[in-house]
Write a protein that binds this ligand. Sequence first.
Ligand code: HEM
Length: 341
Amino acid sequence: MLADPRFSARLDLAGSAIRRNAPDAGPPGAFLFMDPPDHTRCRKPLTGRFTVRRMRLLEPRIAETVEATLTAMERGGPPADLVTQFALPVASQVICALLGVPYAGHEAFERQSLDMVDPTKDEAERAAAGEAMFQMLHALVRHKRAEPADDLLSGLTGSDLDDVELTGIAMVLLFAGHETSANMLALGTFALLRHPDQLAALRAGESDVDDVDGAVEELLRHLSIVQYEVNRAALADVEVAGETISAGESVLVSLPLANRDGDRFPDPDELDLTRATGGHLAFGHGVHQCLGQQLARIELRLGCTTLLRRFPDLRLAIPAEEVPLRTGRGIYGVDRLPVAW
Ligand code: HEM
């Protein structure tokens, strides 16, 4: 379904219950909710900026951010909340630096990102949060056009996209770039702390878990944090696995379910850092496959390895059952992760 052009990602056709009520199809430029050729036109100027090679160049800076954030966390604790003192600041600083968004405004955009998709808020509140983020980024895009700096948004002002489209693109990147990585860093740490044997093997960097990149892929597969966000609508009657989906019907494509398919991954519910994870769908598939996946992998690898190296006795500061899981949202995570060392 994700590779089939008979399914549309347009928000007005395919949105989740929250989004289907949105007044329009999302801001211009928000290519996550577009189909080709519009999608192609907006994504194309970005693809060369997210290659493995370009992302590798960011590694030293990401490593510095991780170290500095952990130093601050160490000074303030124990205990510490791994979400607000590590995962969120690392993810937000990395995407801010890449885009050229001032990190000083992080509290506002982090709150707006949560509110925009909060199922407990009413439509007006969600729209107001989206509008506030749009206005902040629109002003920033105009500023970049007038005074370009050495960052991604300034670079995009050289493309044929207009300011409103650039703002929509910036919104997608800022939202997708911090919420996902932050939740993955925190939830990934929680998963490791609940599997002490595998954590020990990973720390040792030898025995059976000697491949950190492979461990990161398994955490991505096992946790599949993008839960309810992948929505599509059939543009024609389409038969999928013996079921007919009629034109106009919308479907939720469950990445967690695909990633826990026992035919593909034996004992799929088990976290096994040594397993073969090829073909997992944590980053989606098809034209909308995650643009930031190489960046996310670097953040996760550096984040996890540095955290484990600097805090050899890291442990949960509350019982695992009391860790507040963020189950009601499109992106799975933990609200707080109190840790000690
Ligand atoms: C562990 C972290 C991440 C996960 C699990 C993740 C997952 C995903 C998934 C599943 C999609 C496809 C959605 C769909 O088909 O409807 C997606 C799209 C996207 N992601 Fe990520 N993502 C992560 C991190 C990032 C980062 C760090 C960025 C930063 C730039 C990013 C930018 C995007 C963009 C721009 C899209 C839209 C692509 C398109 O529509 O063409 N993601 N992501």
